[in-house]
Design a protein around this ligand. Structure first.
Ligand code: COA
Length: 195
């Protein structure tokens, strides 16, 4: 696990886990450091040998440790939201298994989520981003986007994309723009797939 504590203004080490090109120690030249300059990186590997990032801010935390995710919470939100209405629980579980997931926590309680589908080389798609109602409007959505886009495995990509009905202003703050050439993009969309 790599812990980024914004209260400790110090940078010590950064390491990637098994399955990726490993490096550790000081961040090498050429790999951009996260925009947030207040990071502590403590290298830890969990019991499954997996790498996880953890970012903290006051009582809140963002973690890529899948074992911390509350599947009932994530499914409970997604099955009612406009983009995935009716999604079955096992489909959410499978999507989590096959994505780089970011859980947002207040203490031990999960309050938000986002996930990235990527080849970790050229392209990343951000999906299923949400913060639950009582915690909205406090900067957590923006912080989640920062954490996603600074993730060490997601640097140097040629393209990021996402789809949103009304949160363009959130993503614009992380550099997203409307499609420059919409006619170059195609999709095969099945909005009624869970009906
Ligand atoms: C969108 C969402 C994740 C934002 O999280 P949040 O913690 O409330 O956002 P923040 O407090 O970090 O601020 C969001 C910023 O984006 C802006 N924004 C633009 N469109 C927005 C929208 N539809 N919803 C929320 N914020 C929006 C806000 O004005 C704010 O900017 P500002 O601080 O400059 O005023 C949250 O409102 C949410 O879960 N909404 C329901 C699910 C959803 O629509 N998810 C996005 C799917 S693409």
């Amino acid at each position: 696990m790599v812990i980024h504590d914004e209260d400790a203004r110090h940078h010590s080490c950064l390491a990637l886990g098994p399955g990726f090109n490993q490096w550790s120690g000081a961040a090498p030249a050429g790999i951009p450091l996260p925009s947030i300059s207040y990071l502590v990186y403590n290298h830890m590997t969990n019991s499954e040998g997996n790498h996880a990032e953890e970012y903290s801010r006051r009582e809140f935390a963002i973690s890529t440790d899948r074992r911390r995710l509350d599947l009932n919470f994530v499914h409970g939100f997604l099955k009612k939201c406009y983009w995935a209405k009716g999604i079955p629980r096992d489909v959410v579980a499978r999507s989590i298994e096959n994505s780089l997931c970011f859980g947002v926590y207040s203490g031990s309680k999960q309050i938000g989520f986002g996930r990235v589908i990527s080849d970790f080389s050229t392209y990343a798609y951000i999906g299923d981003v949400f913060i639950v109602d009582p915690y909205r409007g406090r900067g957590l959505g923006k912080w989640l986007m920062e954490c996603i886009m600074q993730h060490p495995l997601l640097q140097g990509l040629r393209r990021w994309s996402l789809i949103t009905r009304d949160a363009h202003g959130l993503y614009a703050q992380s550099g997203f723009t409307p499609l420059k050439f919409p006619k170059n993009h195609m999709e095969f969309h099945r909005p009624d797939v869970y009906a």
